[in-house]
Write a new protein. Structure first.
Length: 389
């Protein structure tokens, strides 16, 4: 099946002008100023004049099978629906477990990833949960990463958090080595995706590993790094060392975390300090719990993360002039694809790349979403729903 998208302004993420895009099944086959093809079988032509096309968004931190549970069984959060992802422009997603590796399982997570793939998205997972020793599908993190197609690394492993297993530097070093070798054997990133809590140690254990072992700094992806000012200062040091960091959308200062930084403020600080934006990503933590604890670590309330905050917060960065569109959009497309070793298959608009697109109107609102060459949302109308939606 061929799809011809005509006349849109294309950000690949770099702006390449007004272009036509021709796709065949799941791939982009031609990009040119004026593609005039009329006799192809099963050709659908869509006029996108006045619109902007960017790569499909990649969210590397979503609790696709649900999460939560810190307040007991009633606070277990629901699994995600297909349209919760597509309405947010997400065409590639990485699922993971969190605090609950007991009532949630890796088999459940893998099955949910396969279900979303059948429904039209591209899906991957991390093996593990907050705890160490962590949850796996086989007998080790190394073998999970090496032999299971959808497993890219391990996560989300908790550090500097009262809900973590209080892992030592030695524990984390051994885990990183397992993930790294599994990645080498499976030709995957083998990353350690780290939930970083509000604990005073912050990124110190990871910085110690990088300084004192042979594990490369790029093996670690710390997330939630904008949750407080101290942690974000460490994250900027980590960036300066050559590391990569993941911001979490919807984080903002409140009475329980007065020094938290909104993504726009975090990115502004990174720009002001001339740190490498190519090493910065953002994810939503969607369908995970957002627990609020008091000063004695007692649970006060639990909320649920949403995919819709990802592009909302990215758009705020653009609208306020912190970054232009072509630089900002990399934070949820190209940069993520490179972290996950999916580039240039994902994260960009190039010939032979996957046909994953988000179509924006002139106000930068999401108008259409195309995943693997098929419309999921077409001019604000949902055309593909999940199996039970």
């Amino acid at each position: 099946m061929f799809l011809l998208l005509k006349g849109a302004e294309v950000y690949a993420p770099k702006y390449i002008g007004k272009m036509d895009l021709l796709t065949c099944n799941e791939r982009i086959v031609k990009i040119a100023k004026d593609i005039d093809i009329r006799d192809l079988p099963e050709l659908s032509t869509i006029d996108l004049s006045g619109h902007i096309i960017v790569p499909g968004f990649i969210d590397q931190h979503v609790h696709i099978a649900g999460g939560g549970g810190e307040g007991g069984p009633v606070t277990r959060t629901p699994e995600i629906k297909l349209t919760e992802l597509t309405k947010a422009g997400i065409t590639t997603v990485v699922g993971l477990l969190g605090a609950d590796g007991i009532t949630r399982s890796m088999t459940e997570l893998l099955a949910k990833a396969r279900a979303l793939e059948e429904e039209g998205l591209t899906t991957y997972i991390y093996t593990g949960a907050y705890e160490l020793p962590t949850r796996t599908l086989t007998n080790s993190v190394r073998s999970d990463v090496a032999i299971i197609d959808k497993v890219l690394g391990t996560g989300e492993i908790a550090i500097s958090d009262h809900r973590s297993a209080q892992p030592t530097v030695e524990d984390l070093t051994k885990l990183a080595a397992e993930a790294r070798v599994g990645g080498l054997l499976g030709n995957k990133p083998g990353i350690v995706h780290l939930h970083v809590g509000d604990g005073i140690r912050g990124l110190t254990p990871i910085i110690d590993i990088v300084k004192n072992t042979e594990i490369p700094i790029t093996q670690f992806i710390p997330t939630h790094v904008n949750r407080n000012g101290h942690l974000f200062s460490q994250a900027m040091e980590f960036l300066e060392m050559g590391g990569r960091i993941d911001l979490t959308s919807d984080i903002k200062p409140d009475e329980n975390s007065k020094t938290a930084l909104k993504p726009i403020d975090a990115v502004r600080k990174i720009v002001e300090n001339n740190l490498p934006l190519d090493n910065v990503t953002m994810s939503s933590d969607s369908n995970g719990s957002i627990p609020v604890f008091d000063e004695n670590k007692r649970l006060i309330k639990v909320m649920v993360g949403s995919t819709m905050t990802l592009y909302r917060d990215l758009k705020e960065i653009i609208a306020n002039g912190v970054l232009p569109l072509e630089a900002a959009i990399k934070i949820i497309t190209e940069n993520v694809a490179k972290v996950l070793l999916l580039y240039p298959k994902k994260g960009c608009i190039k010939e032979n790349s996957d046909a994953d697109f988000v179509v924006l109107d002139r106000n930068l609102n999401i108008s259409s979403v195309i995943a693997k060459g098929k419309f999921m949302i077409k001019f604000n109308e949902i055309v593909k729903k999940g199996t039970f939606e």
